[in-house]
Write a protein that binds this ligand. Structure first.
Ligand code: AMP
Length: 605
């Protein structure tokens, strides 16, 4: 594949994105290049700047602009479907605008100003979207923490981004389980000295609020993602590029049409919810379903009942959800004639799940868009365009416009044609992250140091003879559990903080629904004996430190861990033990092989 010279790449993207930008409102227009960047650490600081000189407000674009210029005030922005069937709400663009303005005024009355960080820890309710857009309206930066994370994870994120205010909810139901979110959030009861009630504050607030005009590269939000060293990274996204990128990817990847009803089943606490529940759909004036509940509550036909109820046309979910529903066969899947395009995201989709999604859910008439992207990429980077790209089950197919991937070998050489190696990107696109909040050095080290000149995704990939990209999985110490990345280091340190644990090592073991499950090896401190009670305590400890998503599936008592002579834990060997694979490959560096046999004999089944 050959590429045009850099100058012409710039002018192409100028024309292409310049056209897209015309659909939006700009308080001032940009001057100079559309994208300016340095992706090469050897040439200086890494940066990406998009539409410098322009000023806008995303909240204005996704609400006021839709209500006033595009005349979509009475159009439904969200059909909110609660956890209990029958709990529902319809919110139009005009109502959403009013509610956002009210809450923006509340934030201002609490002293929140442009640039301040606001943490949001909420279930999937309309107020979550209201809170995020209210921040954006006044130029504040939201940092949403998934409501499944623990108090400690929330605290770590609040401190890292120095948030001045936390928006949370008293509680909610997930299936039949009550989650006392407020208790989790501060672990103390309501305190009138610091706690304020949303409903009281909003009641007295005006529903008009002048937007704060912000610069293109002003921060929009911070979203934390697991880092391979254990401490989560605050991925920072900025205004204009992210807005254009999520708007265009949404429009093209889901072939958005004005009468569509779109449903993305992700939680807004993850990037998929940010980009493809809030920003992308609203920027297009789309109608979406916002679902609070679970796919299996009150029963396993819930998803398809919702599809039928709202006549959903475009549906976006994760392989883990598909595998979960697949277990119950085709019988619960009914009345989905409205569906037109099916999307998947979060992890490589296995062929069985793909076939089931395609034939049972989509009745072989809906194209599947397998979208590869990351918190860091802001929006889809490898993806088919529905009905336009011939599908290959399990492949995210080709790059989106403006995205230039490459496959590198261990020495950093670009491989041509059919090949396998590291997936990297050669140039930025408007929606790419700008930095790790407060830690530019970590940003550069994580993504740009290994192969200077490239953004390194951390994923391996294969490119076939037809140029299709196939993601082969993470090549760092990250696990993908139910489509969410977890760092093994983070779980290991949560385990090692328990006084009974001297050392812990965590690996992934394939799981039929979650993709990967957490298999933990723990070496206990001298004198401690392993028991079921201790195991339960360790699981609880991880849940409390990180959140329920990180709960270990298996914990094995490991009096010794396989180590190299220099003392490094051999995770490769542990992975084999977890999966009961006896072919260990080269173990010449293993210090004590008797350890391995003992672990095999006592492995958890
Ligand atoms: P996150 O930043 O938490 O959204 O996780 C991003 C990671 O999820 C990527 O680096 C991939 O490992 C994985 N991933 C996301 N979407 C896909 C996909 N369509 N195919 C394969 N892997 C995916």
């Amino acid at each position: 594949m050959t590429f045009p010279p850099m100058e012409s790449v710039h002018s192409h993207s100028e024309i292409f994105w310049g056209d897209i930008a015309k659909d939006f409102f700009w308080k001032t227009k940009h001057a100079g290049r559309f994208l300016d960047y340095n992706f090469d650490v050897t040439k200086g600081e890494i940066f990406v700047k998009c539409m410098e000189g322009a000023s806008t407000n995303i909240c204005y674009n996704v609400l006021d602009h839709n209500v006033h210029e595009r005349k979509l005030g009475d159009k439904v922005a969200f059909y909110w479907e609660g956890n209990e069937p029958g709990d529902e709400l319809t919110v139009t663009y005009r109502e959403l605008l009013q509610r956002v303005c009210q809450f923006a005024n509340v934030l201002k009355s609490q002293g929140v100003k442009k640039g301040d960080r606001v943490s949001i820890y909420m279930p999937m309710v309309v107020e979550l979207v209201v809170a995020m857009l209210a921040c954006v309206r006044i130029g504040a930066v939201h940092s949403i923490v998934f409501a499944g994370f623990s108090a400690e994870s929330l605290c770590e994120r609040i401190l890292d981004s120095q948030c001045s205010l936390l928006v949370t909810a008293d509680g909610f139901y997930r299936g039949d389980k009550l989650i006392n979110l407020k208790l989790l959030a501060d672990e103390v009861p309501w305190n009138p000295e610091v706690d304020l009630c949303w409903h009281t504050l909003v009641r007295g607030a005006s529903d008009e609020c002048e937007p704060e005009w912000c610069e293109s590269e002003d921060p929009l939000f911070i979203l934390y993602t697991s880092g391979s060293t254990g401490k989560p990274k605050g991925v920072l996204h900025t205004l204009s590029g992210y807005m254009l990128y999520t708007a265009l990817t949404f429009k093209l990847v889901f072939d958005y049409q004005p009468d569509d009803v779109y449903w993305c089943t992700a939680d807004i606490g993850w990037i998929t919810g940010h980009s493809y529940i809030t920003y992308g759909p609203l920027a297009n004036g789309a109608t979406s379903v916002l679902f609070e509940g679970l796919p299996t509550y009150p029963d396993v036909s819930r998803m398809w009942e919702i599809v039928d109820k709202y006549h959903v046309t475009k549906f976006y979910t994760a392989p883990t959800a598909i595998r979960l529903l697949m277990k119950y066969g085709r019988e619960p899947v009914y009345k989905r004639d409205s569906l037109k395009v099916l999307g998947t995201v979060g992890e490589p989709i296995n062929p069985e799940a793909w076939q089931w999604y395609y034939s049972v859910v989509g009745e072989k008439r809906c194209p599947i868009v397998d979208t590869f992207w990351q918190t860091e990429t802001g929006g889809h980077v490898l993806t088919p365009l529905p009905a336009a790209t011939p599908m290959k089950p399990g492949s995210a197919t080709f790059p989106f416009f403006g995205v230039v991937p490459a496959v590198l070998n261990e020495s950093g050489e670009e491989l041509e044609g059919a090949s396998e190696g590291y997936l990297v990107f050669k140039q930025p696109w408007p929606g790419v992250m700008r930095t790790v909040y407060g830690n530019q050095q970590r940003f550069e080290t994580t993504y740009f140091k290994k192969f200077p000149g490239y953004y390194v995704t951390g994923d391996g990939c294969r490119r076939d003879k037809d140029g299709y990209y196939w993601i082969t999985g993470r090549i760092d110490d990250m696990l993908n559990v139910s489509g969410h990345l977890l760092s093994t280091a983070e779980v290991e340190s949560a385990l090692a903080e328990h006084e009974a644990v001297a050392e812990a090592a965590v690996v992934g073991r394939p799981h039929p629904v979650k993709g990967e499950s957490l298999y933990c090896f723990v070496t206990l401190t001298d004198g401690v004996t392993y028991s079921r009670t201790l195991e339960a305590e360790l699981k609880k400890q991880v849940r409390e430190k990180i959140g329920a998503i990180a709960t270990p599936d298996f914990i094995q008592n490991a009096p010794g861990l396989p180590k190299t002579r220099s003392g490094k834990i051999m995770r490769r060997v542990l992975r084999k033990i977890a999966c009961d694979e006896r072919d260990l490959g080269d173990i010449s560096t293993l210090a004590d092989s008797s350890v391995v046999e003992h672990l095999f004999q006592n492995r958890c089944c």
